[in-house]
Design a protein around this ligand. Structure first.
Ligand code: MN
Length: 231
């Protein structure tokens, strides 16, 4: 049997400082996971977390040290940055206990959950699905993975985003409402998780729009930095 079309490429993240790579299965995202950002979006910070997905082919792989060209998507006039820590699962499971959930994480990267905020706001208002806001092509830029075996499991450290050299977002990983192990444990009650799954773990406050010609630098202390110019 032959594939009747060219096989779609499977996205894979490079492992920092190595020729190895991490093939990606699914991209899960958590909403409103930093207190100040939950407040700026009008939510109660004690709400339980909620999840959504981006298609894995929305990943835009960005090498550190390069300035990647990031295409401004169609059908939006309010395209927002959200800098996030990305956790990559090396082991899956169902109903994973929170006490051991951290050991399922293979490594970490810095990512952006780029969002057509106008379309997301419209979807919220009309009680429609979020994909038109959250799943634009190239809407998940991500850097190289750092294995937990090398950097550990970062539970604190600055997470920042600059636009044209001006800081727009700043938070600390310790300000997450739901920790990475808590996210893994909870998500595994909804889905069987698998090696290759990514979790975008939420963004600190300060989200805002970016325009064509601007340059974004997303950075997580100890995890890496990526730079993209909006084209
Ligand atoms: Mn987000």
């Amino acid at each position: 049997m032959l594939s009747v079309i060219q096989n779609p490429p499977r996205p894979a993240l490079p492992i920092f400082g190595s020729e190895d790579f991490f093939p990606v299965r699914r991209v899960y995202c958590v909403g409103r996971n930093y207190r100040a950002h939950a407040r700026e979006m009008g939510a109660d910070e004690r709400d339980p977390p909620f999840f959504f997905l981006k298609p894995a082919d929305t990943l835009q792989l960005v090498s550190e040290g390069e300035t990647a060209e990031h295409p401004y998507p169609p059908r939006t006039g309010n395209y927002h940055f959200e800098v996030e820590l990305v956790a990559a699962l090396g082991r899956g499971g169902r109903d994973i206990p929170v006490e051991t959930a951290g050991t399922h994480v293979y490594g970490y990267a810095v990512g952006l959950d780029m969002t057509r905020r106008d379309l997301q706001d419209e979807a919220k208002r009309l009680a429609r699905p979020w994909e038109m806001g959250k799943a634009a092509d190239f809407s998940a830029p991500v850097g190289a993975l750092r294995p937990a075996g090398t950097i550990g499991h970062p539970a604190s450290g600055a997470i920042t985003l600059q636009v044209d050299g001006t800081e727009r977002q700043r938070g600390d990983l310790s300000e997450m409402i739901w920790s990475v192990p808590e996210q893994v444990a909870l998500l595994s009650t909804y889905f069987e998780l698998h090696p290759g799954d990514l979790i975008f773990t939420g963004t600190p406050s300060g989200v805002g729009p970016v325009a064509r010609g601007q340059t974004m630098t997303a950075r997580v202390e100890g995890v890496g930095a990526i730079t993209l110019r909006v084209a």
